[in-house]
Design a protein around this ligand. Sequence first.
Ligand code: ARG
Length: 500
Amino acid sequence: MAMRVKDFRISQVWEVLRHLDASAVGSKRTTLKFNKVNQNIELHFPVSSSADICALQKIPGSEVCHQGKSAKAVVTLDKTQFVPEVVNSVISKPKSFWIDSPFCSDIKRQKVLVEFSSPNIAKPFHMGHLRSTIIGNYVSNLMSSLGHDVHRINYLGDWGTQFGLLNVGLELGQVSDEQIAANPIQVLYESYVLANREAEKDPGILSRARQIFKQMEDGDFAETERWEKFRQYTISELKQTYHRLGVVFDEYQWESMFGAKDISSVIAELEGMNLLNDNPDGKRVVKVGNRNVTLVKSDGSTLYLTRDVAAAKHRFQQHKFDQLLYVVENGQGDHFIALKHILKGLDHPWSDGITHIKFGRIHGMSTRRGQAVFLKDILDEARERSTIRQNISKNTRVGSDDKSAEVLGVSAVIINDLKQRRQKDYTFDWEKALQVVVLLKEVCFILTSPCMLTDARRQWLTFAVHTLQAMFFAREQWSETSRRVQRHPLNRVASNSPGN
Ligand SMILES: NC(=[NH2+])NCCC[C@H](N)C(=O)O
């Protein structure tokens, strides 16, 4: 049986969706189709219960068709009413569109912390960090569209023996503060590489690195202030690159904020709950399922996990969050299971609000400069390639000062990533990723040239703009697009005469 519901107004769509079993509407069997014959948009979804069927039958204009055994609903959205209505509602209140819709009225507003991106200083910003940045920003935007109070955190890795090594590298290379200030991410990375190279020849370097890290943890490190400056330079440089993706963080936290000195209370708590066991080799471990997980090394220094326990507690003290979401690759699954397990063992009921939002690896992304090491290189490459793409056709050719290459290139990288199945690994292909560039360019071009449009094409494009809005979660890019659409004469025509 199929239900056909015709001529929907947007308010009715909300009503239907509200009455239906949400799992059916959101299931993989739900598809949005564009009917080329009558130019209408159709939402097809399975109907799982007789209550759903009754709900649909009450809607004026609904039509029941028999079609095999399985029950299926088809909601036909009338192009002339629905498209302008959606586009105009979204445009008039892009921030509160979802919150104000009846569909979301029963969502309990929560304080949600989303931790994402989180690269390590002096190490490459690898593809895992890129996916985390894109997915994390998407999740944050989605959560705030639903009315949650979202706080975005970037947790930068600046701790561990690698930091001892980095300091040795700075000594060996006699790197000045000015050099670091001018190009922090690159210079710190090169110093780290230098130290690693030297450590292969001279084992003394590694023990010097460990010693420096121990001093850092114990608070005996002479260069703390210098390091504080380096961190600030790094954040300023990162902010410029995040800006290109439309990503803004509310807070930058450092792993070093949760070093040995600061986590004695966590250790005391673990001891108090009898969770910490002493290994014969001096390590202190916690049992997680049938694994023994180390929390304190034999020399007393802390580990990644210990710092995460302290960081989570700190976040709860500060924000009293309902949810804490970690957007980090699949490979760290065990780490987050251990984190949640330990917090639960420490009797923190809020640990139930912790979720690891995991994702698969990206293989094979390299730039012309070689294997991609920094986010900036990836985005520069996207811009260059998008210029080349646009120049292939004379309709989309760009001048040297054209900003569209940047916006389209960056958007293509984002869209390409969100198109993938989140938990699956995938192989990156520049050619495929940039295919969308020409389509995006065309949409913008046609929207700004009304005389180019036939009626049908205009309807389709208006719908495409709405779809793209869902993709342009990068806030700035979307607001730029929405400003264009808002100013556009087409939009005024559509809103004044829905029947045209
Ligand atoms: N709270 C966390 N552990 N977040 C993830 C941090 C990711 C880490 N900096 C890495 O690159 O692997």
